[in-house]
Design a binder for this molecule. Structure first.
Ligand code: URA
Length: 448
């Protein structure tokens, strides 16, 4: 590859690769030079792959992580939402199984008077993605232009779209390269990737939901806390208020897993019902969004206000408005049959009696992917109708033959594989588990 003279004279990727390989700290200019040159196509994939691997093996200092986040953020457009009244607050989850809190939180916080400009992703590995869930609503358009995104946001207080070509293009290129070079699993690279996209939304504050447990990418609480601290510190260095809640993903959140099924559960929660764990986590995260958004003095007050916005129907009304404005069919709220429906259902019966001791959460997520609810390859399309409804959660009593779950499916062979996985993932014991894992393990950051 021949390089433009100006680039080859001022920036040598090989020097930056060697320096990181040898464990030295890179300057802001070096990091910026690498990110800018790569985004413009001035350095080849093989050099950036080598650099990424050096980062995975050597790590990064906090100033390096901030510089990388900043360079990736400024590789594209940073939305200026200052013309909209009120503070702009978003929430981001590191990904889980049955994690549909974003669909509850965006309209809930918007109903409280906060602007929520949410740019989300698709399912990754065994985890579900917000965009796939929204697209289960017939007509819902997640590919709005920036101008349309602003219009929806100004009209109903929240808008939910996918990453546009203008937002953090460096992340798009780097993420695709990391995916195929074994360089996804670096907390520094994950932090820069997530924070660059979130900070490009023009937000004032961010609530991070960092998952830990068998269904999370960060299985141990120690690793989750390390990533959370890194993201909080990076956000704060860039002048934003950031809090991270380390929350439990050792079993699926709520009972429904699968895109259309999860929309059903979101509506239940917005009606004041739904499973207790999902409701509680939504209120906890909403409490933080309202607090950082300046709407409530404390998190506890924010939770109370959020509960009232649910019971008054205002949060559900905002959800309906957002669906309409983004081209979706709002009648799904009253009539769940308007969502895509699987052709068949199959119960998964318990082979033993006792108490559910544990649920291998990643396997439940994988079972949903196998049904077609997620992608096994990048080019796969998603079947919005399929999924799993859990009838038992950890600690519940179960009789032999009683259904543990119901599978919603469109292909027999896929359902049989999913059933095996679900059966294998539920461990049954004679006595209930000694300790209940908390829903929120720790809170990091959050100072105003
Ligand atoms: N999600 C992202 O957006 N980036 C990562 O690197 C990992 C998860």
């Amino acid at each position: 590859m021949s390089l433009p003279t100006s680039v080859s004279q001022t920036f040598r990727a090989i020097d930056v690769i060697r320096k990181k390989r040898d464990g030295m700290e890179l300057s802001r200019d070096e990091i910026e030079g690498l990110v800018n040159a790569y985004t413009k196509g001035e350095i080849p994939d093989y050099q950036v792959s080598a650099w990424l691997m050096a980062v995975v093996l050597r790590g990064m200092t906090r100033p390096e992580t901030t510089a990388l986040t900043d360079a990736m953020l400024r590789s594209g457009e940073v939305l200026d939402l200052s013309s909209l009244p009120g503070r702009k607050v978003d929430k981001h989850s590191t990904g889980g199984v049955g994690d549909k809190t974003s669909l509850v939180l965006a309209p809930l916080a918007a109903a409280a008077g906060i602007a929520v400009p949410m740019i989300s992703g698709r399912g990754l590995g065994h985890t579900g993605g917000t965009l796939d869930k929204l697209e289960a609503i017939p007509g819902f358009n997640v590919n709005l232009s920036v101008a349309e995104f602003r219009r929806v946001l100004a009209t109903c207080g929240c808008a939910m779209i996918g990453q546009t070509a203008e937002i953090a293009p460096a992340d798009r290129k780097l993420y695709a390269l990391r995916d195929v070079t074994g360089t996804v699993e670096s907390p520094y690279l994950i932090c820069a990737s997530i924070m660059s996209k979130k900070l490009a939304e023009g937000i004032d504050a961010l609530v991070l939901d960092v998952k830990t447990g068998s269904g999370a990418f960060m299985k141990s609480e120690k690793d989750a806390a390390f990533l959370a601290e890194l993201m909080v510190e990076t956000g704060e260095r860039m002048g934003k208020q950031v809090v991270a809640l380390i929350t439990d993903m050792d079993q699926p959140l709520g009972k429904m897993i699968g895109n259309a099924l999860e929309v059903v559960e979101v509506v239940e929660v917005l009606r004041g019902h739904g499973p207790a764990d999902l409701r509680e986590l939504c209120l906890e995260l909403a409490g933080w969004m309202l607090h950082l958004g300046g709407v409530s003095k404390t998190v506890a007050e924010g939770k109370q206000q959020s509960a009232k916005l649910i019971s008054s129907g205002k949060a559900l009304e905002t959800f309906r408005r957002m669906i309409e404005l983004q081209g979706g069919d709002p009648r799904v709220i009253e009539d769940a049959q308007r969502l895509p429906q699987a052709q068949h259902t199959m119960p998964v019966a318990s082979t033993g009696a006792g108490y559910i001791a544990s649920i291998q959460c990643e396997q439940i997520g994988t079972a949903c992917v196998i049904l077609g609810g997620g992608r096994e390859r990048k080019e796969d399309s998603v079947d919005p109708a399929v999924g799993i409804v859990l009838h038992k959660k950890v600690g519940d009593r179960v009789a032999a033959g009683e259904p543990l779950a119901t599978i919603y499916y469109n292909a027999e062979a896929r359902a049989a594989r999913a059933r095996q996985l679900i059966e294998a993932s539920c461990q049954i014991a004679n006595v209930p588990p000694a300790e209940k894992r908390p829903l929120v393990h720790r809170v990091i950051g959050g100072s105003k």
